[in-house]
Write a protein that binds this ligand. Sequence first.
Ligand code: MN
Length: 351
Amino acid sequence: VSPKAQEFFDKLARHSGERMLLLLQDYPDPDALSCAVAHSFLAQAHDVECFILYGGEVSHHENRALTKLLEIPALTYEEGLDFRAYQAYCFLDGQGSTVSFRKKIPEELALFSVVDHHALQGELVAEFLDIRQGVGATASIYAEYLEQSGLTLDRDKDEHRRVATALMLGIRSDTNRMVQAEPFDYRMAAFISPYVDRDILRRVESQTRSRQTLDVIRKALDNMILHGAFVIAGVGNLRSAHKDAIPQAADFLLNVEGIESSFVYANVEGTIQGSLRTKSDQIDPDSFLKQVFGKDEGGRFYGGGRSQMGGFQIPLGYISRHAEQEDLWELIKLSVETDVLRVLDPLVRER
Ligand SMILES: [Mn+2]
């Protein structure tokens, strides 16, 4: 028995009869969503009722299909939410840095758990912590809890199929359809595979790209600037609803011959947001982004990542009220490129 799984259940049992909030990143991806499904399912066995909550929306076409087909119930954060209706909250597939309403969470509300596979983003005090780097998806960690839960899975039970299918989608999505999966991810995928609804898996994964996403990819191709095998592409102003196009464009640029790393960014309604993807062993996305952008006033890094991928968000504050101005985009471009090149140049020269 994995000691972490045992600890998860022991601590969960102490919260019997309580209501828990599961906080996901603002625009949750399949990994985060599937972890929430698994967490709710496991908590139910300990008489803990869970509520999935996130700011923003589910925008990516594939994620929308996932929430619809798996009927994932979720709340979107609204100003004035009554946190007193809950006894604890959890971060899944993140550590709170991508939860926009984080500061609204009352201090009295207990942080029950943080389960994640990203590098540690700063000090965290939670009753249960399981942060494992070198794991392709947080869904793999939850699959391990499921395996160790003592529950006998039955593929004829809708709920069991739903959890297994969600976790498979989470694992596959975060590992680039298993290309970047670690042995642990393969083991966990193997464990849930008998219970997966293949029809839903296929339907979610065969979603087509939206026109807006293709438009962002086209802009990234038009605007890309090559520095050795590293490509930087600013795609201009982007509506929140289309921000998932940024990582998709970064993924896409890696398909261009000769490119080993891609860095795509945009001004998303007053926040500079970007994604880094790499297949080079010379760039560690987490330390690279931390070096490039540093920390905010609160001491939290603007960006971070894990093996082969990373992301960042930098609020523009007051100046963002003029977000539509052409000059502002030019300034953003200059600032981002300067900072990236400052860190990148020595790496390129070393080669
Ligand atoms: Mn993840």
